[in-house]
Design a protein around this ligand. Structure first.
Ligand code: ATP
Ligand code: BUA
Length: 362
């Protein structure tokens, strides 16, 4: 690679902080080294808010940088996973004061990825590099008709795995020698959270809100529930707001039915003759397939491919179950796992190489 630029990527998750170091040029990025720091959950839980974990995580990251002999002064960019901001179009954003203020206050909500922009800013300040975030979970490109929920007080919102969905969509487009803004596809991210998005000409025009109880149930989350029954449950359960959030996002879905959030274990139990595990596994396949199919008539042009990604896309039984139900719409392509670190570096690199302009958050 000639005229390489050095990029540091930081991805704070709920239990870990991932760091990776890349070199980029006009043909793309290559990883030089990476590390996943697994945090002690009790240590993280001792803080009252996500933002208060910043110094602890920064200490671990700085140790990694020192051990790896990464020379901060040679960095061109530090890029973090973006968090809960105001709804914004997809792309690479410069970390500015307005963004830092929203991330630090948590006024748009608490999420581990809120630390991504904050950490990128602090590390960039030390090194004179440019701080960025890429395709945060609040990317909102929904078309007006998709925003109508059915109750005027509740507008549908776009909160999803934008970084990974857009990365696999770009990858698929490149495999077909097309640009991302030329394709119409449906991408399903199947992980701890599940989001299924309709990508039309470079925009995600409809997608389930993966954080607020829309879409298929997930390893831990409830997904869409019967609305009136849920309202009655809220009134009668005696749970307060925090407990109800924990119930819907931590103790429902597969965890609620089977007491585990590990889909490998569910698959194993089903193979060993556990009928309940088999039913829940099949129900998740069924709900994911229904969610994918619901987007086919929402597209303005025929859907040319369905992309399955995320940890659960490693399961051959899961993906073949979904494929059998949706292949009548379009061929299914698999991108198991996720490449969030590389996707972050690619977003920063597109700006460094002048292929895209950095957007400003207001
Ligand atoms: N080979 C596999 N077969 C079946 N399930 C798998 C396999 N590998 C991972 N999983 C399941 O994938 C789920 C976790 O997916 P993933 O790692 O994408 O989630 P995450 O990164 O924690 O959350 P998110 O994707 O929402 O950011 C777990 O339920 C895990 O058991
Ligand atoms: C909404 C995307 C991220 C998550 O599932 O937590």
């Amino acid at each position: 690679m000639n005229d390489e630029q050095k990029i540091l990527a930081v991805n704070p998750g709920s239990t870990s902080s991932k760091i990776a170091f890349f070199a980029g040029d006009s043909s793309g990025v290559r990883e030089i080294m990476s590390r996943t720091i697994e945090h002690d959950s009790q240590e993280l839980e001792s803080f009252d808010s996500v933002v208060e974990q910043k110094d602890l995580r920064l200490e671990y990251i700085t140790d990694f940088i020192e051990e790896s002999e990464i020379e901060l002064e040679n960095l061109a960019a530090v890029v973090g996973r973006g968090g809960l901001l105001k709804p914004i179009p997809g792309g690479t954003y410069a970390v500015n004061e307005a963004m830092l203020s929203d991330l630090k206050s948590g006024r748009q909500g608490e999420h581990a990825s809120n630390l991504g922009g904050i950490l990128a800013y602090e590390l960039a300040e030390k090194s004179g590099a440019e701080p960025y975030i890429v395709d945060p979970v609040v990317v909102d490109e929904m078309k007006p008709v998709a925003r109508i929920s059915g109750m005027p007080e509740l507008e549908r919102r776009s909160i999803f795995h934008a970084l990974n969905q857009k990365a696999v969509a770009r990858k698929y487009a490149a495999e077909k020698n097309k640009n991302y803004d030329e394709i119409t596809i449906i991408a399903a991210h199947l992980g701890g959270g599940i989001s299924v998005g309709l990508h039309e000409k470079g925009k995600v025009t409809d997608v389930n809100n993966a954080l607020a109880g829309e879409g298929p149930f997930t390893p831990n989350r409830a997904g869409t529930l019967p609305a009136l029954d849920l309202a009655m449950f809220c009134l009668s359960s005696g749970l307060d707001e925090t407990e109800m959030k924990q119930k819907l996002t931590g103790e429902s879905g597969v965890m609620g039915y089977l007491g585990t959030n590990d889909m490998k274990e569910v698959e194993k139990r089903a193979a060993e003759g556990d009928d309940e595990a088999k039913l829940v596994f099949d129900a998740m396949v069924y709900q994911v397939a229904k969610e994918i199919a619901s987007l086919a008539p929402a597209a303005e042009e025929p859907v040319e491919a369905i992309l399955l990604t995320g940890g659960i896309a490693h399961s051959s039984d899961f993906v073949s179950g979904v494929e059998e139900r949706v292949e009548f719409i379009a061929p299914v392509h698999l991108y198991p796992g996720e490449e969030e670190m590389k996707s972050l570096a690619e977003g920063a690199n597109r700006v460094l190489m002048g292929q895209e302009s950095a957007r400003q958050y207001e």
